[in-house]
Write a new protein. Structure first.
Length: 321
């Protein structure tokens, strides 16, 4: 099969990669996959991953230990746990110490014609959700994870830092709480997509002004975003960190200590809430799609995804157009 692989610090299209056949797991034919900022960081060295990249997908189950899944259109939670530890037995493998992570950690990913995941990781996509919408399930779930970690109410003032695809999904999710939302970014065209939200354009993600937000969500993909987030929240406010990037971020710890700011790392979310939101038809995710490429054009697609005006770039195996 064809697969887009990152090996020996080189991204290349492999024409004859083996079809993944892992005993006890489901085999999924990929319909469409989405390029994430994490994928771009992996090819810069983030996570030390080697193999087929990609973790956002919608596909069709070819075979599964759960025969009822075969032929179904599915998305898949990306953390595959051991199934034995207390976390896995409780039904949440996101922090299983032995987990593999699709296209990120010890498991080949979705930029291929086929992928493999445990049957328990797969969720059937409702008929009313299109492929172009369903491919946003994983990043939308990551946005929903914030509401698992922080209680956000109507009277909260919340800043979302970053006008990229994740920032927009976070804004859409947090808007469901009725809070007072502000999106901060440096691309006017991208900021304009955030309808009904106060917008602030900054240069280099460096802004001055009163520290009055209750919560700041950092989704800029830049080390500068963390410093800005800390500077924007009130004493005893919360900063939620969503960015993953290769390298280190520096910030003034004295502000965190003196103002008793809570820093919260936020990673993967559960897929069911994201699918429920997509089913409402109110998320407007398709307007975030910048381009679509065939899998054979995967390297060009990755370059397109790095361009400043780009949001979501999709990859489709050729048999699906």
């Amino acid at each position: 099969m064809k697969a887009l692989r990152f090996e020996r610090n080189q991204l290349r299209l492999v024409e004859d990669a083996p079809v993944p056949r892992i005993e006890g797991e489901a085999l999924v034919r990929v319909i469409v996959a989405g390029i994430c900022s994490t994928d771009l960081e992996i090819v810069r060295g983030y996570a030390g991953f080697s193999g087929t990249i990609g973790h956002e997908f919608v596909g069709t189950v070819v075979s599964s230990p759960d025969r009822s899944q075969e032929g179904c259109r599915v998305v898949g939670e990306i953390n595959a746990g051991c199934g034995l530890c207390a976390l896995c037995r409780a039904g949440d493998s996101r922090h299983c110490p032995e987990r593999t992570v699709l296209g990120i950690h010890r498991r080949d990913g979705a930029f291929a014609e086929f992928l493999s995941l445990p049957a328990r990781n797969l969720l059937v996509v409702p008929a009313g959700i299109s492929d172009r919408q369903a491919v946003f399930t994983e990043p939308l779930a990551a946005a929903c994870a914030i509401l698992e970690q922080v209680k956000i109410h109507q009277d909260h003032r919340v800043a979302v830092i970053g006008d990229g695809k994740l920032g927009h999904l976070i804004t859409r999710v947090l808007a469901t709480t009725g809070c007072e939302l502000t999106m901060i970014g440096k691309h006017p065209d991208k900021l304009a997509l955030s309808e009904g939200t106060r917008r602030i354009e900054v240069r280099g993600l460096d802004a001055s002004g009163p520290s009055h937000f209750d919560i700041a969500v950092e989704a800029s993909g830049s080390p500068d975003g963390l410093r800005l987030a800390i500077g924007l929240v009130r004493p005893r406010g919360f900063v939620v960190l969503k960015s993953t990037f290769h390298g280190a971020a520096s910030f003034d710890t004295s502000r965190v200590v003196v103002d008793e700011i809570t820093l919260i790392g936020s990673r993967c979310g559960r897929f069911a809430p994201a699918l429920n939101l997509l089913a409402t038809g109110t998320m407007g995710v398709e307007q975030l799609i910048s381009a679509e490429y065939g899998l054979s054009e995967g390297i060009a697609a990755m370059k397109r995804a790095q361009e400043p005006d780009s949001l979501k770039v999709l990859l489709r195996p050729e048999q699906y157009g």
